[in-house]
Design a protein around this ligand. Structure first.
Ligand SMILES: Cc1cc2nc3c(=O)[nH]c(=O)nc-3n(C[C@H](O)[C@H](O)[C@H](O)COP(=O)(O)OP(=O)(O)OC[C@H]3O[C@@H](n4cnc5c(N)ncnc54)[C@H](O)[C@@H]3O)c2cc1C
Length: 486
């Protein structure tokens, strides 16, 4: 069948443009690539009406991963500020653990403008102001996308050998996918965090490096401030900040009941800002490169990536594949990694003239090898931390984290708590013994899960059996973890 393009990248956000560049790079600019997005050309990559709502932080390691492979450098002004790492504070502020290493604060409004210019120079075509609603099929094979061209209000259809779905967490293409029983279409409500943030200037008030640090991204774990999630204060300059928080709805409801309050994300954000003694007289940024992006609320998933990310003629990448890291909702790092490697997988399959599910399968394996092996374990860890009280989190961070655990966390891996509760180790209080048991349990399950992901089936025929075993373990783990809740 003759198609309009070789590849359509649906969604021209952060991940979509990286994927388009990587496909162009690995195919030596030999493929006809089209990027389709609902935004006007003047506001590229915007998540929604509120802007490019994000904490804006990403690790240098992930940017280097992309730059080394597809030779795309990120510099200023898309990088707004350098940081030495992320520092997570316990609720009592007595313990702080560093993770993720050196990194950058991005300008999410500026970045896609620069990305798009670069992507165009790499031979990628763009269609803007097109709202996609579904896929086009030829039998069991995806052969294009359809929707509405908002410029003309006419139906829009384009065909391609392969569609890469980079349409974000709410992707309509994934939700309506018809040619796979392996790709998951929907996500559990409790695996989604509602998050909001402001980008602001302030006058420096009291000096307190646990509340604002120009060199570190700060995370506050606190079940009263951000139930089931966390609050963050990320520096964009000595007097500029990205401040926000994320909550999980059922944990917010429980917290409101416990405290007799009726808070929502908006009111929690207001309180979080007001309680910060360093940020005096904060004002939303009116900078030209923040003007469409200084305040907003959006959703982010905190679970493992989709159990299968390919079907005939179709691949998922970025938030549409639920790639953000389950413990901190960092989605830029995995987007950089997956967006880069998908370029190689796409180029190889199209060169081999085979875009069947079996041919695209290698992408599942390559992503798991690079990143995805650890996410199911981290999903369990996240669920366990969500069950804990502030006292339990503070005690656990103070007494149970050794140097090796901190190192594992800094690599984004599940720490090994299998030695917890060994003879001679004194754990004070029944509640803290529960924490120790919980951590020991998720550690053990994590080891099994990492091993299971290392044995991800080499081709689609082994998937059902592998997936059944995965879900049996996850279902049992979810029940067990819920039993640790006080
Ligand atoms: C408040 C908040 C804070 C965060 N903080 C961080 C952080 O500090 N660090 C970090 O690493 N990650 C963070 N994340 C996650 C990060 O923002 C995402 O992982 C990242 O934006 C994913 O990029 P994406 O391109 O996959 O999806 P998106 O950014 O959602 O892009 C999807 C694109 O597809 C387009 N699109 C969607 N539907 C259609 C349609 N029907 N038709 C046509 N086009 C469509 C959209 O307009 C958009 O351009 C945060 C998320 C939130 C919500």
């Amino acid at each position: 069948m003759e198609t309009d393009y070789d590849v359509i990248v649906a969604g021209g956000g952060l991940t979509g443009t990286i994927a388009a560049q990587a496909i162009s790079y690995y195919s030596k600019q030999n493929l006809r690539i089209l990027s389709v997005d609902r935004n006007p050309e003047t506001l590229p990559g915007r998540k929604g009406g509120a802007g490019w709502t994000c904490g804006d932080a990403c690790s240098k390691e992930a940017v280097d991963f992309m730059t080394e492979r597809i030779k795309i450098p990120w510099t200023r002004p898309e990088i707004e500020h350098d940081v030495k790492g992320v520092m997570a504070f316990s609720p009592d502020k007595e313990t702080a653990i560093p993770f993720d290493g050196a990194g950058y604060m991005l300008n999410r409004q500026k970045l896609p403008e620069i990305q798009n210019e670069r992507t165009k120079k790499m031979g990628v075509e763009f269609n803007f102001e097109v709202a996609l609603s579904g896929l086009i099929y030829d039998g069991q094979q995806v052969v294009g996308v359809q929707g509405t061209d908002n410029k003309t209000k006419q139906p829009y259809k384009k065909t391609a050998k392969l569609v890469v779905d980079a349409m974000g967490i709410t992707s309509k293409l994934r939700n309506g996918l018809q040619n796979s029983t392996k790709v998951e279409k929907e996500i559990d409500r409790t695996d989604v965090e509602t998050t909001g943030r402001h980008i602001m200037y302030f006058e420096p008030g009291k000096e307190d490096l646990s509340e604002f640090d120009p060199d570190y991204c700060i995370i506050h774990l606190d079940q009263d401030i951000a139930p089931g999630g966390y609050g963050w204060v990320f520096p964009k300059a000595d007097n500029k900040v990205n401040i926000g928080l994320g909550v999980e709805k059922t944990h917010l409801d429980k917290r409101n009941e416990r405290l007799g309050k009726k808070d929502n994300v908006g009111s929690l954000m207001k309180e979080y800002l007001e309680r910060n003694p360093v940020l005096r007289n904060p004002k939303l940024s009116e900078d030209e490169m923040d003007q469409h992006n200084n305040s907003g609320i959006s959703s982010v998933s905190v679970r493992r990536q989709n159990d299968c990310m390919v079907s005939g003629g179709y691949m998922l990448v970025g938030d549409s594949a639920w790639m953000p890291k389950p413990i901190d909702a960092g989605g830029i790092g995995p987007a950089l990694i997956a967006g880069t490697i998908i370029g190689n997988n796409v180029a190889q399959s199209i060169e081999a003239n085979d875009v069947s599910e079996a041919s695209l399968w290698q992408y599942n394996i390559d992503f798991i090898k690079e990143y995805g092996y650890k996410t199911a374990g981290l999903e369990l860890f996240r669920r366990l931390v969500q069950t804990m009280t502030n006292e339990q989190i503070s005690y656990g961070m103070k007494h149970f984290l050794g140097n090796l655990d901190v190192e594992a966390i800094s690599k984004g891996e599940h720490p090994d708590f299998s030695g917890l509760g060994k003879l001679g180790m004194i754990i004070r209080g029944a509640m803290n013994k529960t924490v120790a048991s919980g951590l020991k349990y998720t550690s053990g399950q994590n080891q099994w899960l990492v091993e299971h992901y290392n044995n991800y089936p080499k081709d689609p025929s082994g998937f059902d059996d592998w997936n059944k075993k995965l879900h049996k373990t996850l279902d049992e783990s979810f029940v067990k973890i819920a039993s640790y809740a006080p």
